[in-house]
Design a protein around this ligand. Structure first.
Ligand SMILES: NC(=O)c1ccc[n+]([C@@H]2O[C@H](COP(=O)([O-])OP(=O)(O)OC[C@H]3O[C@@H](n4cnc5c(N)ncnc54)[C@H](OP(=O)(O)O)[C@@H]3O)[C@@H](O)[C@H]2O)c1
Length: 305
């Protein structure tokens, strides 16, 4: 486990210097995504094109105003999208694909914390307790924008996708071949397990199909963010208090996540990282059959079949 001082030194050393990176951060308007945006902007010293995707323009504007002034030709922008709808994700992906030449870093961290039960979206998948936001939107962004990452890679530049969720959980028990949409056996816990497992599987499936790109599932640790905003009064206060005692800041989380994004040792393939940038070693692997099942199910949902 690298010490935090080593993370800072590595990030400084490994930051892209000869290029102007393009970074798209879905969930970049708060929390872990915000931390990554700020740290990327710091190391690129204003020489980056950073796109924040989320619902809150106000939050995005506040973050953008705090970043180092963009140098000539660089820019920071907000793109509005409620990612609980795959139609919305498709509209934004097509917009980005039509006007960006490449993507170097695609960071996926949209999230909610909710105790509510299953609430199907227009795509027939669970919205309220995680899965659409924590998984399907991320899969669709990663798959639909992969050609732009391939372009970056073909030019000899970094090309990395980082999904920030719970890379320590997940495993074969999260794949239910007869209930992939989790319609029969729904619980908040099962929804969390499924979202995490599908992120794991998607990282493996995408790495196989886009072999020149690096796909990473990272755990952020306990981070002091706005994730408990939708919890009922009382529980929100309690989790906020407990979290403040043990959590790291969004900046620390940003540095740790950027450590994986910049790590020269993982230019391609599927990677599972702890909150401190180590490889996850303690969880069961998904079989090839599980990975392919997740790929097939995800493409069906994301393509509206
Ligand atoms: N914080 C932790 O300790 C912790 C620990 C383990 C895992 N995680 C995971 O890390 C991820 C990021 O969490 P966080 O702590 O950074 O939370 P956060 O501060 O609440 O940020 C969540 C982000 O998701 C976006 N978002 C939520 N619903 C959305 C929607 N329907 N459409 C578009 N964007 C949406 C929000 O943007 P808008 O408000 O602009 O829509 C915001 O940018 C989550 O998946 C969470 O489960 C967090």
């Amino acid at each position: 486990m690298p010490a935090f001082s080593a993370v800072l030194a590595a990030n400084k050393q490994n930051a892209p210097k000869a290029i102007r990176p393009v970074a798209v951060l879905v969930g970049g308007t708060s929390g872990c995504g915000r931390g990554v945006a700020e740290v990327l902007a710091k190391y690129t010293e204003g020489n980056a094109h950073i796109v924040l995707v989320g619902r809150s323009e106000e939050a995005a504007n506040e973050i953008i105003a705090s970043l180092p002034k963009p140098v000539d030709g660089a820019k920071y922008e907000f793109v509005k999208c409620d990612v609980s709808s795959m139609r919305n994700v498709g509209i934004v992906s097509r917009d980005l694909a039509s006007r960006l030449d490449k993507i170097n870093y695609l960071v996926l961290s949209p999230g909610i914390l909710s105790l509510a039960g299953r609430r199907p979206t227009e795509d027939g998948v669970d919205y309220k307790a995680r899965v659409a936001i924590h998984y399907y939107s991320r899969f669709k962004f990663a798959r639909d924008l992969a050609p732009l990452l391939e372009k970056a890679s073909a030019a000899g530049e970094p090309a990395r996708v980082l999904t920030i969720l719970d890379s320590w959980m997940g495993g074969p028990s999260g794949v239910r071949p007869d209930d992939m949409k989790l319609e029969k056996d729904y619980s908040v816990r099962n929804a969390a397990l499924v979202a995490t497992t599908y992120n794991d599987g998607a990282v493996a499936a995408l790495a196989k199909r886009y072999p020149t790109v690096s796909f990473i599932h990272g755990h952020p640790g306990v981070v002091n963010t706005n994730i408990n905003r939708d919890l009922p009064f009382g529980i929100k206060q309690l989790t906020g208090l407990l979290g403040s005692l043990i959590s790291t800041s969004v900046t620390t989380c940003g540095e740790n996540m950027v450590y994986s994004l910049f790590d020269p040792k993982i230019p391609t393939g599927a990677h599972y990282r702890t909150s401190k940038g180590d490889a996850q070693t303690s969880k069961p692997n998904l079989s090839n059959a599980d990975v392919e099942k997740i790929w097939q199910h995800s493409t069906e949902i994301c393509d509206g079949k």
